[in-house]
Design a protein around this ligand. Structure first.
Ligand SMILES: [Zn+2]
Length: 434
């Protein structure tokens, strides 16, 4: 009897483990994390093989081992070991003390609270719009900051976005802090006041809310959205899903759903990119920045080809100026370069804005520079300094848009919803406010 019970228990345990493993696979954790000793030779070899390097920590280099990578890694003859996710993460430190996994970084719910607070506290210059919803039903918000925010005035418009990629938490914080900075300083700072008067500044701090929360709660290295793909894998790379030169080749984007750079079933197949597209169709942006991490780069079109874009001279001039302004704050260098110089890709944000809308568009890869300095794992203490060094470049882009803008002479009209609801009354899911 005792033995039978033990046998039953083992069977139940085995079934539970199998179910757990299956659940893990279905929830989109196909990639293992491995580590190797952090030597200069190993670093170089891993970089050359193009592995997804996550960080260096306590003498080891951590990397994602996607399907197919094991063969490449074995070919290098470098001893590696598999890491349990919990042990492959640095101690959460202050975050754990407060009971939160994300510490000072904003989750979806915390981002929403902050955006609602800004609109409530600064109604004279802040309006919150709901652009649409993510696959899992979270709202994708846009904050408009301008004088008379209920009116669509004849003013230059600039867009700042964050978090296309879930694990790049710092990319939420920079645009979110920019919104707070503008709201808190417009009444007292003459320069900020002038920009808020002259321009319409749009901020979408969290393009991929499902992915962000999954990265916080389940799998820290998650990159894509949470699309359940036909082959049972999860996720589309939102920065490969834009509609300009989408899928023109397989360099840097993939038709395979399990790939970390899966471009989706079609251009703008994902609600998260579709709402950005609709926002852009409804507005007249003069420039756009999409924040990512890591690498300390200011990337401009093209990504899909190494040929220069027709606007490369203006794009480069703006990127060089942004890099100068950033360096002046903390002394950190951000390299201005065409996106293709990092690696060829297609369906990304800057190519869409540059190619379809013909406006300056930048991917800013926030610090650190490399995996040795933490990669996607920015410390909580990084938030303030990374925002501070990017602030002058953000203000510069608004100023540049104001200088390039030619007023059309059209009268101000009541503000319309920013997204697909353009032309309808500002109510319902696309209306301003809550
Ligand atoms: Zn990214």
């Amino acid at each position: 009897m005792k033995r039978a019970a033990a046998l039953l228990f083992s069977i139940a345990t085995a079934l539970a483990l199998a179910a757990f493993a299956l659940l893990g696979a279905l929830q989109g954790r196909p990639s293992d994390v491995v580590s190797v000793r952090a030597t200069a030779a190993n670093r170089l070899a891993l970089t050359r093989t193009g592995l997804d390097l996550l960080m260096e920590w306590e003498g080891r280099i951590y990397a994602v081992l996607a399907p197919g990578d094991a063969v490449r890694l074995q070919g290098l003859n470098i001893p590696y070991r598999f890491e349990a996710m919990s042990s492959a993460l640095p101690p959460p430190g202050a975050a754990a003390a407060r009971g939160g996994l994300n510490g000072a970084y904003h989750s979806y719910a915390e981002t929403e609270q902050e955006l609602l607070r800004l609109e409530r506290d600064y109604p004279a210059v802040v309006r919150l719009f709901r652009l649409g919803t993510s696959l899992e039903g979270r709202t994708i918000f846009a904050l408009k900051i301008s004088d008379r925010p209920d009116l669509d005035e004849d003013e230059p418009e600039v867009l700042f976005m964050g978090c296309h990629h879930a694990r790049e938490w710092i990319s939420v914080e920079v645009p979110l802090r920019f919104a707070r900075y503008l709201a808190e300083n417009w009444a007292t700072d003459a320069d900020v006041h002038r920009r808020v008067e002259e321009a319409e500044i749009w901020i979408v701090p969290l393009v991929n809310p499902d992915g962000l929360d999954y990265s916080i709660q389940t799998y820290r290295w998650w990159r894509k959205n949470r699309r359940f793909n036909a082959d049972g894998s999860f996720g589309v790379d939102l920065n490969r899903n834009y509609g300009y030169m989408w899928g023109v080749d397989d360099d840097g984007s993939s038709p395979a759903p399990s790939s970390e750079v899966y471009r989706g079933a079609g251009p703008f197949s994902e609600p998260e990119t579709a709402v950005v597209r609709d926002l852009c169709r409804a507005r007249s942006f003069l420039s756009v920045v999409s924040y990512h991490s890591y690498g300390r780069l200011i990337l401009y079109p093209w990504g899909w080809t190494d040929q220069p874009s027709p606007r490369a001279v203006l794009d480069r001039a703006l990127a060089v100026r942004m890099a100068e302004l950033i360096r002046a704050v903390n002394g950190r260098d951000y390299a201005p370069e065409p996106a293709s110089q990092l690696y060829l890709t297609n369906g990304d944000t800057v190519d869409y804005f540059g190619g379809t809308l013909g406006i300056p568009a930048f991917t800013v890869e926030l610090p650190p520079l490399d995996s040795a300095a933490g990669a996607f794992m920015n410390a909580e203490a990084d938030i303030a300094s990374v925002f501070a060094e990017n602030l002058p470049a953000m203000l510069f882009l608004v100023e540049d848009a104001c200088e390039r803008y030619t007023p059309s002479g059209r009268a101000a009209t009541p503000e319309r919803p920013a997204g697909p609801g353009r032309g309808k009354a500002p109510s319902g899911p696309y209306g301003p406010g809550h």
